[in-house]
Design a protein around this ligand. Sequence first.
Ligand SMILES: [Mg+2]
Length: 424
Amino acid sequence: MARMKCRVISAGGGRHLNLLFFLFLFFPSASVIAINPLMLQTPPTFGFLFDIDGVLVRGRHVIPAAQEAFRKLLDSNGQLRVPVVFVTNAGNCLQHVKAQELSDALGLKVTRESASSVLGRNPVSLFISVPLVGACVGFQNVVTIQDVRKAFPLLDMVDQSRRPKELPPPTTDFPTIEGVILFGEPVRWETSLQLIIDVLLSNGNPGAELAAVPYPHIPVLACNMDLLWMAEAKMPRFGHGTFLVCLENIYKKVTGRELKYEALIGKPSIVTYQYAEYLIKQQVERRGWPSPICRLYAVGDNPMSDIYGANFYNRYLKAACQARAQAEVKRSVGVADPQSEDHSEPKEDWYVSLESCKSILVCTGVYSPHGDVPADPHESTVETVFHGHRDFRFDTSLLEASYVVQDVNEAVELVFEKENWSQE
Ligand SMILES: [Mg+2]
């Protein structure tokens, strides 16, 4: 994708206070914790990717099993015994806010030194390959839905009480919008739906009247495809994926064409897991653990997001291993393949070490053991409700978790047992 360098409209803000400052907190710090020469525990060769909503918390309430799980994960100094990354699609809040929420909920200090988090939007930075320095990942001038609404008050007409009392003078100095980033479900859906459609239909100049609908439209990136998520209520709540369904259908109905995404980011996309893997690697380096991480365990409550994503990544890892093995065989028998050699050659040993990403489904969130996901993945897909995104091919085999457990504490116990890792 071409680097988008100018003005971007952003939407989001339903679940948490939103917006632009996500850029400040992008990367864990580069601080290094020295190797402890007296380390008694064998260095870990596995790590955890934890989803947050429905696994560790339900809304503002911590799930008791999460506290138990973290008692097992922390050593007597309050340090994590194995690498942990929090991977959530709830992208419309600041990373430090999420870290603080976790600290409060789990009674541990979630810092850049102890754990890292991947919010749904973070891999945006990798995708556009912009140096992550300072307060910006390359979007130099960002406007929000509220800015657009303020500049063009005649566009937002659903709520009569918000309509302008008098006819405002036309806005002439508003910058042309060159891309749209969708972070999370907005507060006022009617306003965001109307204004985003206006931006797309006007080629980024919502005050203008165009003779023809521009197509392809300006680039749209979406973070977080979750149709539903689990808060305190007994039934799941609308997620950003539901908002996207509305946007896609309105665009199609109005123009007769498909809304196209430049990229879809967040679970279950591969790029999200690549970024999580990168953060795990950083954590291992900071802690001075000498062994490479060979196995990841992804714990989540949403089959379509957490399980599908982890299985998808596992498949990707297997394919990469296979490609490397084949390249190795070719090399050993002296068959040079100049076209593929550079690509199959691992750049770093650590990446070669990661063998698998196992999925663990918990029953404390969106997933219900009595719900609509078939126990047998080979069952007819007709009977299965597809909660995934429009642009994802529905492969039911990827919905089958490696393990199903009651809660995150059971997940940690299971992994410790499999890894012959002491519980204390
Ligand atoms: Mg969840």
